[in-house]
Design a protein around this ligand. Structure first.
Ligand SMILES: [Zn+2]
Length: 123
């Protein structure tokens, strides 16, 4: 009904399933349960944020990943039981993240430290 211009840049926000912090989507890592035939039910880290399937988001800090795995928050969010293999994969990914993100400026350090690739979305 409203005709007001809706031009403000919309920044999508997502909630970390572990600590419940709401952040801009690109500051979080998407984990997705794939829905593509053949890979159905496979849980992967989705760096692009574009893979189809049910997604959940976690902060770029190891603490959240460990919490989510320990408390089954990721399984609940994705409605899937994670295999030992998948958990190992997620832990491996988390190992490349800083233990704790305190401020946004920490992001730079994290990117520099975890230069193992993939940190392309930093503008
Ligand atoms: Zn978090």
């Amino acid at each position: 009904m409203g005709k007001r211009p809706h031009r403000r840049k919309h920044i999508p926000q997502r909630t970390c399933v572990a600590c419940r912090t709401v952040r801009p989507k690109r500051e979080l890592v998407r984990i997705v349960r794939l829905s593509s035939p053949g890979a159905e039910g496979t849980v992967v880290v989705d760096e692009t944020g574009k893979r189809s399937g049910r997604g959940a988001y976690l902060c770029r800090q190891r603490t959240c990943w460990e919490t989510a795995l320990a408390r089954g928050q990721l399984e609940r969010a994705l409605k899937v039981t994670l295999t030992a293999e998948t958990k190992a994969l997620l832990r491996e990914y988390a190992a490349g993240l800083p233990k704790l993100l305190t401020t946004d400026s920490e992001e730079d350090k994290a990117a520099a430290k975890g230069a193992s690739g993939g940190a392309s979305g930093n503008e």
